[in-house]
Design a protein around this ligand. Structure first.
Ligand code: FE
Length: 231
């Protein structure tokens, strides 16, 4: 299996390319429009065929490459069933599995950052790996103050879904603003300052008190992403 992490410096976004092996099939998670050519180049160099381009949720801080990748590679564009994007060719439901070669990626509905966010668990992988979008970040969690975000649902998704994965599960988030690249479920249970030792009520208070400015790209990115970045 091949797993590559790309970084978009403008939005601190991580993108993940997963392939069954050279000459096999691939999928990509949370691709950024500006880097479409770099993804296409690596796909060619690895000699892999892109089957699925997936967004964990409708991003507010960058424009997705889903539409461009579909135009270049003929891949399917994939999001969770609750997305409002009208350009998605496959909408997955909670628990549904996407397959590329011998790799299975299982969607888990994890609302909270937005009302349509999905996480994806990678099989087979030892230890397990999960791509959490913006729901669970490294020592942080995704804001819950727009796009149907809800701190109670964020807590429920993290504590009752993601934290039920084994402690050694590697967590790959959609962003990190300090340069960390991955974490584990066990680390976040113990060291995430918003979650460790906190009650749901305390978590909700923290999230409701963040007072973050709107993302710079929000007014452009959200409408563009509802048409897979090709509006
Ligand atoms: Fe987000």
């Amino acid at each position: 299996m091949i797993l590559r992490q790309f970084f978009d410096a403008a939005s601190s976004t991580y993108t993940y390319l997963i392939a069954s092996g050279t000459g096999g099939e691939a999928l990509i998670i949370d691709p950024v429009k500006e880097h479409c050519e770099a993804y296409a180049t690596l796909l060619r160099q690895l000699d892999v065929r892109l089957l699925h381009a997936i967004d964990t949720h409708t991003h507010a801080d960058h424009i997705t490459a889903l539409g461009d990748l579909r135009a270049v590679t003929g891949c399917l564009t994939v999001m969770g069933q609750h997305t409002k994007a009208d350009c998605v060719s496959r909408r997955i439901v909670d628990g549904e599995v996407l397959r590329v070669g011998d790799i299975a990626l299982q969607g888990v509905y994890t609302p909270g950052h937005t009302d349509e966010s999905f996480s994806f668990v990678l099989h087979p992988s030892r230890p397990l790996a999960v791509f959490t979008g913006d729901v669970l970040l490294i020592r942080g969690t995704g804001r819950t103050d727009f796009q149907g975000g809800d701190p109670h649902r964020s807590w429920d998704s993290i504590v009752n879904k993601l934290f039920r994965l084994p402690d050694d599960t590697v967590v790959y988030p959609a962003h990190d603003y300090r340069g960390c690249t991955a974490t584990t479920i066990g680390e976040e249970k113990r060291f995430n300052p918003r979650l460790a030792g906190k009650s749901e009520a305390e978590y909700v208070d923290i999230m409701n008190g963040l007072n973050l400015p709107a993302p710079k790209m929000m007014d452009i990115a959200v409408p563009a992403n509802l048409s897979c970045g090709r509006g």
